[in-house]
Design a protein around this ligand. Sequence first.
Ligand code: FES
Length: 117
Amino acid sequence: MRVCRDCCCGTESKHPGVDHDGLVARLEVGAGAHARVLRSACLLACDESNVVVVTPSPAGRRAGARPVWLRAVLDDVTVDAISAWVGLGGPGVATVPSALEVRVFAPSGLALEWAPV
Ligand code: FES
């Protein structure tokens, strides 16, 4: 998965009081061996920050899944929901947890072109 960290995502100026480094560390521990957590430059979806893109596993891709873009990943509850989902197989294997449904968004065509994931 990709965790955006650039001009808006992960910044104190846009999201004061959020432990951004702690959230990434929590996600890395939670994802464990199920997914790699990569930091990304701006994904051109700053209005939705902090953005995380959950990429399908090989099994998910074989099932036809596409990367799932999540907005406002700013707290432990959301991070833990992502970890749990990835642990269950993620996109294409397990349904999006209800806690994450409100955070799913469709990136712009420009974002997809700029940051193919
Ligand atoms: S800084 Fe994350 S989308 Fe721009």
